[in-house]
Write a protein that binds this ligand. Structure first.
Ligand code: SAM
Length: 283
């Protein structure tokens, strides 16, 4: 099977055109064809770097049909790169069907990493990064949005969303309603671009900031929600003391299990509390 081609998953910039690796440029130059979401959009990137490789379209509406054609070409020995309009393909972008089918057909899939808006926001937002949950876009329908947000009420990890400028204010208003006006948020806007902005604060103050100036709602957004704090009020102080002591010598899971058994408390609540304490210690 040595004459079978390879599929390269190539990350492209999310704003600043310099955010592309040498390896990505070389790969885009060397492959036989580049599958792109919007060929006109990607042509500008290729022209900027003087890359002549031919583009073909692969988007949400033609992916399954296109995947079959591309797999045939790969099996005939062509090398193919997949790019999206911005950032890492498959991260809220097309490509899953193609990659899944390539794996099924024993075709090598080679990642060529680079920019991704979620990770770019997370690494500079100032929220805990030891555990995070990526949720892509919230549903458009109000009831479904509220259901997703309700599911985050006890989530201890930082949650990362993508959001469109059309809905950002409504989303922050929904968060205020469902998770409370005090929940800490970060709005990461226009990352890597001229007007890159990070606004952090309680949900209520983020909403005020968005509403006070129409310009604040313009552009591309990553929205980060800080994890829920576990309330310590209803835990016996002796339990908290035991837990803190055990955590010095035992893995957190074990410390939480022993304390929970001893005081008849919920293991998961103690575990979350332990994680939170670890984060506070690192703050
Ligand atoms: N595949 C991309 C990635 O790796 O980040 C994401 C594609 S998704 C269809 C597009 C969304 O990503 C935008 O609506 C926005 O929420 C977010 N995004 C992309 N570029 C961004 C940027 N420069 N600043 C902030 N958010 C961005």
């Amino acid at each position: 099977m040595s004459d079978v081609g390879k599929l390269y998953i190539v990350a492209t910039p999310i704003g600043n055109l310099s955010d592309i690796t040498q390896r990505a440029l070389q790969t885009l130059t060397d492959v036989n064809v580049i599958a792109a979401e919007d060929t006109r959009h990607s042509l500008r990137l290729l022209q900027h770097y003087d890359i002549q490789t031919r583009l073909i379209s692969l988007h949400d509406h033609n992916e399954s049909q296109r995947a079959a054609q591309l797999i045939m070409r790969l099996q005939q020995g062509e090398n193919i790169a997949l790019i999206s309009d911005a950032g890492t393909p498959l991260i809220n972008d097309p490509g899953y069907t193609l990659v899944n089918q390539c794996r099924g057909a024993n075709i090598d899939v080679i990642p060529v990493p680079g920019a991704c808006a979620a990770i770019t926001a997370l690494c500079a937002a100032g929220l805990p990064t030891d555990r995070f949950r990526f949720e892509g876009f919230l549903p458009v329908k109000m009831q479904a949005r509220h259901t997703v947000l309700q599911g985050l009420a006890h989530e201890g990890a930082t949650t990362v969303f993508y959001e469109s400028p059309r809905r950002i204010a409504q989303t922050v208003s929904d968060i205020t309603e469902v998770l409370g006006a005090q929940r800490q948020l970060v709005l990461a806007k226009e990352l890597t671009k001229t007007f890159e902005t990070f606004f952090s604060g309680e949900a209520a103050s983020c909403l005020r900031w968005l509403e006070e100036d129409a310009n604040h709602q313009r552009g591309e957004f990553v929205l980060l929600i800080a994890g829920a704090k576990v309330a310590t009020d209803d835990m016996p102080p002796e339990a908290l003391l035991l837990m803190t002591r055990l955590m010095q010598d035992l893995p957190l899971k074990k410390a939480a299990a022993i304390t929970a058994e001893h005081y008849g408390l919920k293991k998961n609540a103690l575990y979350q509390l332990g994680l939170q304490q670890g984060q506070d210690d690192h703050a």
